[in-house]
Design a binder for this molecule. Structure first.
Ligand code: HEC
Ligand code: HEC
Ligand code: HEC
Ligand code: HEC
Ligand code: HEC
Length: 460
């Protein structure tokens, strides 16, 4: 049976349109069906089948009426097949009923396919694999740290976009700009942060976390190792006054006092990384306002700075993309976790030394780390190469992993590239404000007294 085709659609452009529609719809539906059956498309295949195919589908759908319209114009001008007249629709002829029936059926089918494609396409663009892997090299530092962090199962979009249509549209517009930058290699290395248009924490972090319900202290042990032969350990046990609370739940105090809804803290940063904060203002619920200004700052500098309301991200700026603050930190943590055996003489010193060397790529670094550690033990402690072989191999793998996790030569991400504002040892962090030199009119300062924030346990 020959499929009845409206007469006007019998022109080359409409034929091409129909062919595109049929082909792209079949491919899209086929891959979608595979996926429903449990197969996972990688992000590139996803782009082809969930973004490009629906695009071709829509393009084809548009071509069909355009072809028909050109046909109408051609007939009106009398160029083809006699004088123009509108088609007569007469439901009494079986052929016309058939045509209309098929057109109606195809329209419903198209609407279903378009909705499926829109749903699947949006879902695809919101997946962490899409965000993290499509621009593989560019996003590698963020994707690697994300996967190793506490939010590995939270989608990128939960923090970077959050709920609601306006931010979705905004992010897709900026995504298109970023795609352009990646395609033409015009993006910055490293990708700059803070992300200035990041959505306020209230709409992202606070969808899951509720520090108003936090209270009290948290005990943490920090372990450091020395550069001696024994890699001597020093432990600092600390009671961090995490605090929190709200008017209804409990006292508003401690570290999460800043983000209680009762307090509104604003600040001005005069550098684009928000590391220099010369002006801070607190507004309490009773309307009382207090301002602190750093010594020597000028009104012009303040006017040129960025003003911002403090939220979670001003301390937790690396909740998902945390890199070790230094090679020493990274190695200490790996020793504390038993990934690098403390029994290896001088392993802390040697690992730090090798991690600090500059290399053109992670592969080159990996090779240099193996060669470097083996050469050191061969020369200084040959017994390790035989009796300590397992420990040494484990240490080599761990040190290589530390490099791959923290240093990305192609993106110019190195130790300390991204400041972490939680704490004050590796970066200014809390001390951007708590430095005892931001003064209020009454002469008081934002305190640097250690016990405001934590109490070091003398005999843990
Ligand atoms: C838990 C929240 C969270 C999740 C999940 C998250 N991010 Fe981020 N991301 C942030 C924050 C906060 C910043 C801002 C960092 C700063 O200001 O120092 C950021 C910064 C970035 C930056 C800017 C460069 C940098 O390192 O500062 C990129 C790129 C990025 N994220 C990509 C991603 C990708 C890709 C994913 C998913 C694979 C993801 N993010 C998941 C919170 C998150
Ligand atoms: C979709 C939910 C979700 C969102 C959004 C989210 N988080 Fe989390 N976050 C979690 C979960 C779940 C954990 C606990 C992970 C675990 O214990 O393994 C967590 C853990 C944490 C921790 C503790 C980390 C640690 O090392 O113990 C911090 C701090 C944190 N989140 C801060 C943030 C900040 C800041 C944001 C916003 C930028 C944010 N989170 C957004 C779900 C979320
Ligand atoms: C003034 C800085 C600061 C602000 C602002 C801040 N936090 Fe924290 N937060 C901390 C510190 C410091 C810790 C303890 C970190 C540690 O364990 O070493 C912490 C701990 C946490 C933890 C882990 C709690 C636990 O018991 O392990 C979560 C989750 C968290 N914060 C979420 C948030 C969220 C969500 C916001 C915004 C509403 C926020 N924080 C605002 C500094 C801050
Ligand atoms: C943008 C400036 C700013 C930053 C950054 C900042 N604070 Fe504060 N913090 C303040 C101000 C302002 C006060 C109120 C001081 C006062 O009232 O004397 C305060 C008060 C506190 C208090 C006392 C709260 C109470 O119980 O009254 C603690 C604890 C605290 N901060 C911890 C931290 C920690 C920990 C960090 C880093 C993770 C940090 N702050 C970073 C501005 C800041
Ligand atoms: C404004 C709050 C604040 C003040 C004031 C403060 N600290 Fe801290 N300090 C922190 C936070 C928060 C951490 C934990 C950082 C983290 O979670 O990694 C920390 C961590 C430390 C650590 C552990 C270091 C490590 O190995 O990472 C030491 C030691 C320390 N502080 C010493 C001090 C001393 C000494 C003072 C007084 C001069 C002081 N701090 C004042 C907030 C503060």
């Amino acid at each position: 049976m020959r499929m009845p085709m409206p007469e006007l659609a019998r022109n080359p452009l409409s034929w091409v349109g129909a062919a595109l529609v049929t082909m792209s719809a079949s491919l899209f539906l086929l891959v979608y069906a595979f996926e429903l059956a449990g197969w996972h498309a990688n992000p590139y295949i996803g782009i082809v089948f969930f973004l490009v195919m629906p695009g071709l589908f829509l393009f084809g759908l548009v071509l069909i009426p355009i072809g028909m319209w050109r046909e109408v114009l051609a007939r009106r001008r009398g160029v083809i097949r006699g004088p123009w007249h509108w088609p007569v629709i007469d439901l009494n002829t079986p052929r016309q009923r058939k045509v209309i029936g098929i057109v109606a059926l195809l329209t419903v089918a198209n609407l279903v396919i378009i909705s499926l494609a829109a749903f699947r396409g949006v879902h695809h663009m919101d997946s962490s694999e899409f965000c993290g892997q499509v621009c593989h090299e560019v996003m590698q530092p963020e994707f690697v740290s994300y996967q190793a962090g506490p939010h590995a199962r939270v989608g990128c979009v939960a923090c970077h976009i959050g709920p609601g249509a306006p931010w979705f549209v905004r992010s897709k517009l900026s995504g298109a700009r970023q795609l352009y930058a990646v395609a033409f290699g015009t993006h910055s290395r490293p990708i700059p942060s803070p992300v200035h248009n990041l959505r306020p924490a209230r709409d992202t972090c606070e969808q899951c976390h509720w520090p108003e319900k936090f209270h009290g202290d948290k005990i943490r042990a920090f372990r450091d190792y020395a550069d001696d032969e024994a890699n001597s350990e020093a432990v600092t046990v600390m009671r961090l006054h995490v605090g929190g609370g709200s008017e209804s739940v409990g006292p508003i105090d401690g570290i999460h006092w800043h983000t209680s809804r009762a307090n509104e803290i604003e600040y001005i940063a005069t550098d684009d990384k928000r590391q220099v904060i010369p002006w801070v203002r607190l507004r309490k619920p009773n309307g009382e306002v207090k301002e602190w200004v750093a010594e020597g700052v000028t009104a012009d500098a303040l006017a040129a700075g960025e003003r911002r309301r403090m939220d979670c991200m001003d301390c937790h700026n690396r909740p998902s993309h945390a890199f070790a603050g230094s090679a020493e930190r990274a190695v200490d943590q790996a020793i504390a976790q038993g990934q690098i055996a403390r029994t290896l003489p001088f392993v802390r010193r040697e690992a730090v030394r090798l991690l600090k060397d500059a290399h053109p790529s992670q592969q080159a670094a990996g090779a240099a780390i193996r060669v470097g550690l083996e050469a050191f033990y061969r020369a200084e402690h040959p017994a390790v190469l035989s009796a300590g072989r397992t420990a040494l191999d484990g240490a080599i793998t761990s040190v290589q992993r530390l490099y791959d996790r923290n240093v990305f030569p192609s993106m110019q991400v190195r130790w300390g590239t991204y400041a972490n504002n939680l704490g004050h040892m590796d970066f200014p962090g809390c001390f951007r404000c708590h430095d005892d030199s931001h003064k209020a009119k009454d002469g008081t300062t934002i305190s640097q007294d250690c016990e405001t924030c934590h109490k070091i346990e003398e005999n843990p």
